[in-house]
Design a protein around this ligand. Structure first.
Ligand code: MGD
Ligand code: MGD
Ligand code: MO
Length: 801
């Protein structure tokens, strides 16, 4: 944002008085212990209230932490975990992570966006003026109607890289009613792994693809954690405690990640794989398991498709070959491969570090699935895909109907037997022929990056209107340079955010959103053996300025569009009541109490699942068998219609790599990648929160001390990092447990922290956004899932800050 806009923008914050909202106490002065005491003691006449809110600071995770917030005389002074809800440590625990504990400072941040703004200058120039909500919604509705008329409804696309509830429900419903299939889903987040599992080991539908993660950790003897960061990502879901307890009971752990993170230090084997080479490692594991006859013959005989072909195919992928590519010792690959073939039950946890964000992500995850299946670990207690079955919830709520039948079906859809809307996708995330009700989560999907690139290429047509809610395209995807060009060319870009993110300068309209602590628009349930918990977000802090709920935005816009009848006539309570209908809990009760816990008194306990029911597990797969050679997707057109997908796993590697492009490596000798779910932020935000920013003040890059010394870079020095695609600056942090030829960082550093006087950093060349360094050539994306590599080669040098 330019100085001018910053001033206009902050005028609002100053007028409202961030300090006044805190009762004269600046955020950084409000220490946790003091605030708790203040709430507990002091003025007897003080009005102290405790209200319920769901923490969603780990992002889109579907089970968030339930919190209790103490408000004293209207000021939010303390937050803690709700012991009734059963957060990470189970019922009775009040603990929260660092982010959760810093929650109150997110609402009082001086970087909050407070008013609707309209661009007055050129795109990217940063000149905006304040407008009213009414004017903003009128202009947006007029533009949507005009473009629908002129270019068709599909010219409107919605950014939804991660599954935020509002995007997956109202965002999708609005698209359906409007008539556009262009839900710009990630091609970087979770779905990629789901698609790979679905086509390899089955499951009823996309969202319920058979899991390779052990469902009963207590019975697991060997846990493979592969590119998964559960000690940081959604602690509530990853349950680090469960892992450590299982380890104490003798479970062995293999952690496959380039740098040693939390769990790595506890692991029996830490495999510091070179970023982007997991596909080679996976193929070598198959080579060992099949070559040394460590597979389950009974399973292979009865339940696999194309095993012999696979066995022949993987002979070429020897441990020596993989050692060269991955940078791991050959003996270690062999040892771990043998372990996987002999220790049972074994489960594999595939994370975002493999599958979602590499150019051959599909085959890497498919190999992990094959390994688990042929070693006889699928659907067994302690192995993959066999979780205990929870007793029925005692409170049942309804999902928001997506009105999927509203999406128009074209002649082309009909002729090809495609799901309605698929023919109109601007950039299909998975191949068009693949997208149907079994494979898709909530409807057709366009890949985020490819969809945005269509604006420039106009292939097959350009998007004309993009809505970015809870997403920053200048940081979420590869090559912000290309994205900036696309946003400049785009007819109309609307952002709804809690802060002025780095893409806002290119917007036509910017809308201010409330946080989860300022609106009562979401409830959620948690079901456990003890009972069922339902809680709603209560208003903990009054919405600052003219911030509005992300949910209310859709209802208000729908009314302006004439879609009111499909959007509860703009009444959010009607929407919530519809979801609660028949649950036995009323909205009034929830709003009043914040949450309700219904104890289980019928004695029902979790039951064992049906083990090894492969007929059911594989029912959607060709021949009813798991796919060692893939007859579902093999030899069929890829997602860009430029070739076909292979039937057997292949190793491709990143667009630039030490083994694959030695000529590039001669100039750029180091490999870089990143981690995103860091415990002190969500993606690229919460860097404005002083408590959290203090702990990671600058954009960091972990570097082996030997490498630092070699390039004359000391711990704490700024360094320049250059790849064939761009250049950034970051602060070197010496770290022993990382290979000397590898660097690891975290993406997204645009957000300033004014209280600590720390800046935000640019998203283009010379800034600190690691996505600047990565390739964005669509031809290099995973042909099946559109996953993009987040690995490349770089050279480094010391630089000024
Ligand atoms: N606190 C917090 N929680 C979050 C989020 C957040 O931003 N903050 N984001 C949420 C979202 S949207 C998601 S998708 C999930 C993601 O949660 P995870 O699946 O846990 O994903 P990441 O945190 O990216 O962790 C991937 C791990 O793989 C490693 N890695 C990186 N490159 C490679 C590689 O080439 N090979 C291998 N083997 N490993 C590699 C990284 O160092 C990291 O430890 O977390 C969710 N939860
Ligand atoms: N290099 C690299 N790139 C990655 C990843 C990686 O690991 N490495 N991870 C990928 C993954 S898995 C994902 S899911 C995507 C995520 O990509 P995005 O979801 O686009 O994440 P951010 O770029 O942090 O943008 C989120 C925006 O939402 C705003 N926001 C926060 N809370 C709210 C709210 O309640 N309402 C509204 N309206 N706005 C809010 C924030 O201020 C921020 O501007 O990034 C992907 N990009
Ligand atoms: Mo994600």
């Amino acid at each position: 944002m330019s100085e001018l806009t910053r001033r206009t923008f902050f005028k609002g914050a100053a007028a409202l008085g961030a300090a006044a909202m805190l009762g004269g106490c600046a955020p950084q002065e409000m220490k946790e212990s003091e605030t708790k005491d203040a709430a507990a003691s002091g003025d007897d006449n003080a009005v102290v209230e405790v209200k319920h809110a769901w923490c969603k600071m780990c992002g889109p995770a579907r089970t968030h932490c339930s919190t209790l917030c103490t408000i004293k005389d209207g000021r939010w002074v303390h937050v803690e975990g709700n012991p009734e809800a059963g957060n990470n440590y189970g019922r009775g625990s009040r603990s929260l992570c660092a982010k959760g504990n810093a929650a109150m400072h997110t609402v009082y941040s001086p970087t909050r966006l407070l008013y609707p703004m309209k661009r007055t200058g050129e795109k990217g120039e940063g000149k905006f003026e304040q407008i009213t909500w009414d004017q903003a919604l009128d202009e947006i509705a007029a533009k949507l109607k005009e473009q629908k008329e002129q270019y068709g409804a599909e010219s409107y696309g919605v950014l939804s890289p991660q599954y935020y509830a509002v995007l997956g429900s109202l965002g999708r419903r609005f698209l359906n009613v409007h008539g556009s299939p262009n839900y710009l889903h990630s091609a970087i987040c979770n779905s990629q792994r789901m698609f790979s599992r679905l086509v390899t080991i089955g499951g009823p539908v996309h969202g319920k693809a058979t899991d390779t993660a052990p469902g009963q950790l207590g019975k697991t003897k060997l846990l493979i954690v592969w590119g998964f960061n559960s000690e940081n990502s959604a602690i509530n879901q990853g349950n680090p405690n469960g892992r450590l307890n299982a380890k104490e009971n003798g479970m062995q752990i293999v952690d496959i990640r380039p740098m040693q993170e939390g769990l790595g230090a506890h692991a029996d084997y830490w495999l510091p794989v070179r970023p982007g080479t997991d596909g080679a490692l996976a193929l070598a594991f198959l080579n060992i398991i099949i070559g040394e006859d460590l597979y389950d013959h009974d399973f292979v005989e009865n339940w696999t498709n194309g095993f012999d072909e696979l066995a022949e195919h993987v002979k070429q992928y020897t441990p020596a070959w993989a050692a060269e590519i991955t940078g791991l010792p050959e003996e270690q690959i062999v040892e771990v491969g043998r372990l996987m073939g002999t220790v049972k039950p074994m489960g594999i946890n595939c994370g975002n570090g493999i599958g979602d964000q590499s150019a051959d992500g599909h085959w890497t995850v498919a190999c992990a699935c094959i390994i688990e299946a042929i070693t006889g670990n699928l659907g067994i207690a302690g192995g993959g895909g066999a979780g205990m079955v929870m007793p029925e919830p005692l409170i049942k709520t309804k999902e928001i109907d997506l009105l999927s039948d509203r999406l128009p079906e074209s002649e082309e859809d009909k002729a090809n037997g495609w799901m309605a809307g698929v023919s109109k996708l601007v950039a299909p995330e998975t191949p068009r022929w693949f997208q149907d009700m079994v494979t898709q989560e909530s409807g057709p999907t366009t890949a985020y990056n490819k969809g945005l690139q269509s604006i420039l290429s106009e292939d097959p047509y350009p998007l004309r209107f993009v809505f970015g809610q809870s997403s920053n395209p200048m940081s979420a995807t590869r090559q912000p340079k290309t994205i900036a060009e696309a946003l400049k060319k785009l007819d109309y870009y609307v952002v709804m955010d809690t802060a002025w993110n780095s893409s806002c300068d290119y917007a036509d309209i910017v809308l201010p959103a409330t946080t989860q602590y300022e609106s009562a628009d979401q409830f959620a349930t948690k079901n456990s053996p003890a009972g069922t918990f339902i809680g709603i977000n209560q208003v903990i802090s009054e919405p600052p300025g003219e911030t509005r709920s992300d949910w209310q935005y859709y209802l208000d816009l729908a009314v302006k569009m004439g879609y009111g009848a499909d959007f509860w006539d703009g009444d959010i309570d009607k929407m919530l009541n519809e979801q609660l209908d028949g649950s036995g809990v009323t909205l009034e009760e929830l709003r009043e109490k914040g949450y309700v816990f219904k104890e289980r008194t019928d004695g029902a306990k979790p039951t064992e699942p049906e083990y090894q029911n492969y007929a059911k597990m594989f029912e959607n797969l060709p021949g009813g068998k798991m796919q060692c050679a893939n007859d579902w997707i093999g030899d069929k057109p890829n997602a860009t219609d430029t070739g076909t997908i292979s039937r057997l796993p292949e190793y491709k590697g990143a667009p630039e790599s030490l083994d694959g492009t030695p000529d590039v490596a001669a100039e750029y000798p180091l490999v870089i990648s990143d981690v995103h779910a860091y415990r002190l932020c969500n993606h690229s935000y919460y860097h404005d929160v002083p408590y959290l920013r203090e702990l990671q003040p600058e954009p960091w890059v972990k570097i082996n001390p030997a490498t630092g010394a070699k390039y004359g870079i000391a711990d704490g020095d700024w360094m320049k990092i250059e790849s064939p695609h761009g250049s950034i600056k970051m602060v070197a942090r010496y770290f022993e447990p990382i290979a000397p030829d590898v660097l690891m960082t975290k993406r997204g550093w645009w957000e300033p922290c004014d209280e600590l006087g720390l800046p935000g950093y640019g998203s283009l060349d010379g800034g600190s956004e690691v996505n600047v360094l990565y390739d964005d050539d669509i031809a290099n994306y995973d042909g099946f899932t559109s996953a993009m590599a987040k690995q490349t080669l770089v050279k480094i040098s010391k630089s000024e800050g």
